[in-house]
Design a protein around this ligand. Structure first.
Ligand code: IFM
Length: 467
């Protein structure tokens, strides 16, 4: 494999600070495979993907990109691309089968070996504790709508922190709790596939509580120099017009997508308008004394994942919906612009908007862009290459937006491309390819796409070359 990038200096273009972190991201269920090995038990995604009609083509994560068996080669691939950081998630049912009790030594050994391999190659491990693979037994006991799940999560965090605290410097509690709560429990398009809007609000709170409890455990277990973080997929919400009704629709979605996490985590309160908007579904009595103090334990950074903006107007949308109590108030409007294979609009302005919003609202919190990228219908051509010019354009525009936001004062410390490898894209199965490295699932052959070679050049030169 020849992926080593030449050391070039970007001719003018966007030049990032020397300490900027250049990474790629993955998640356990999406790449590991080995679903039934070494004591791993089923997660909600194993169950969901086996439920007919839930995942395109009946795809499952049983084999995925077989990373569990190819980890060392995959880390070598990262090194050949020059990555400074690698963001991965730990599979809860692999390290604590069934979600309770002692750790599986084999499970922990895998992640210790991964961290060691990364460190050996000079790549910083960035560990996420929860990227949606709740042990099925915990869902059988009620899942995230149950308060006990937050305590189980803290117990699991302690096991992982005890085993990897000496190797991993950056810790993220949750990835995209919005998806876990609202796609999983209100919309039902993600595991566990429930369509219970009130339960989704409980789930959001218990994810927040689990996060806060885990922050406490991490602070007590890992070195004080370690960085503790949380990753949110904040929505860049735009009203279609400036009419009061459209602006109010945007306010509702901002509360349900953004402030339901940002406010308790950074300000120790739930937004009043969110409580009012959802009053017909719940009185929020599940928020107990002390919860908000736990949830708002200080963080060292915030991760944000961004793909495309969200445009809304006054109106309605059908049920089931991931937006509890908003179906009679909000209409979702397709944003203009070119589309990715997900049919998501390409609009880097949304990333700039989010980063400058965080600059203003959380001026003391450094930010990592922990996911950004695009799916396209990539294939290996007869010469063995994968040409993906649209992805290069997408990455260029978004990196330039990050750079513009930094010039405008946003404290952005790193960028993680989603994703290192093509992988299991949840309900879309293997039909959507987000990787900068193509995976042929039959042979498990990895082929760096043109975008990987381009990104390697960006990393090597510390900036985005002029087009
Ligand atoms: O693949 C997902 C990832 O697991 C979470 N963030 C969005 C990505 C693309 O949909």
């Amino acid at each position: 494999m020849t992926t080593t990038a030449p050391h070039t200096t970007p001719a003018a273009g966007a030049i990032f600070p020397p300490a900027f972190r250049w990474g790629a991201a993955t998640a356990a269920y999406q790449i590991e495979g080995a679903a039934n090995e070494d004591g791993r038990t089923p997660s909600i995604w194993d169950t969901f993907s086996r439920t007919p009609g839930k995942v395109r083509n009946g795809d499952t994560g049983d084999i995925a990109a077989d990373h569990y068996h190819r980890m060392r080669d995959d880390v070598a691939l990262m090194a050949s691309l020059g990555l400074t950081d690698y963001r991965f998630s730990v599979s809860w049912p692999r390290v604590q089968p069934t979600g309770r009790g002692p750790a599986s030594q084999k499970g922990l050994d895998f992640y210790r070996a991964l961290a060691d391999e990364l460190l050996f190659r000079g790549i910083r491990p960035v560990l996420t504790l929860y990227h949606w693979d709740l042990p099925q037994e915990l869902e059988d006991a009620g899942g995230w709508p149950e308060r006990d799940t937050a305590y189980r999560f803290a117990e699991y965090a302690e096991l992982v922190a005890g085993a990897l605290g000496d190797r991993v410097q950056t810790w993220t509690t949750l990835n995209e709790p919005w998806c876990a709560a609202f796609l999983g429990y209100a919309d039902g398009v993600h595991a566990p596939g429930r369509t219970e809007p009130a339960a989704a609000l409980r789930a959001a709170h218990h994810l927040n509580l689990g996060h806060g409890l885990a922050v406490g455990v991490l602070r007590d277990t890992i070195p004080t120099s370690a960085e503790v973080s949380l990753t949110l997929n904040l929505a860049a919400v735009r009203p279609l017009t400036n009419s009061p009704a459209d602006v109010d629709a945007a306010r509702r979605i901002d509360a349900l997508a953004n402030r339901v996490f940002l406010d308790p985590v950074f300000h120790g309160r739930y937004p009043e308008d969110l409580l009012a908007d959802t009053a017909d579904l719940t009185d929020w009595a599940f928020v107990q004394d002390e919860d908000l103090r736990v949830i708002s334990r200080p963080l060292d950074s915030l991760g944000i994942n961004y793909y495309s903006p969200t445009v809304v107007a006054a109106g309605s949308h059908p049920l089931p919906s991931p937006w509890p109590a908003a179906q009679d108030h909000v209409r979702f409007v397709p944003a203009p612009g070119p589309r990715t294979a997900m049919d998501w609009p390409v609009d880097a302005g949304g990333l700039y908007e989010l980063l400058t919003r965080l600059r203003d609202e959380l001026p003391d919190t450094p930010v990592l862009v922990t996911e950004n990228g695009a799916a396209y219908d990539d294939y290996v051509d007869p010469s063995g290459a994968v040409h993906d010019p649209e992805r290069i354009t997408y990455l260029r525009e978004h990196l330039e937006a990050v750079h513009r936001a930094m010039e405008a004062g946003a404290d952005v410390r790193g960028y993680f491309l989603w994703s290192l490898l093509d992988n299991f894209e949840w309900a879309y199965g293997y039909g959507k390819r987000f990787g900068m490295v193509h995976v042929d699932y039959a042979s498990q052959r990895r082929t760096p796409k043109d975008s990987a070679l381009w990104y390697a050049q960006v990393v090597a030169s510390g900036g985005v070359p002029r087009e």
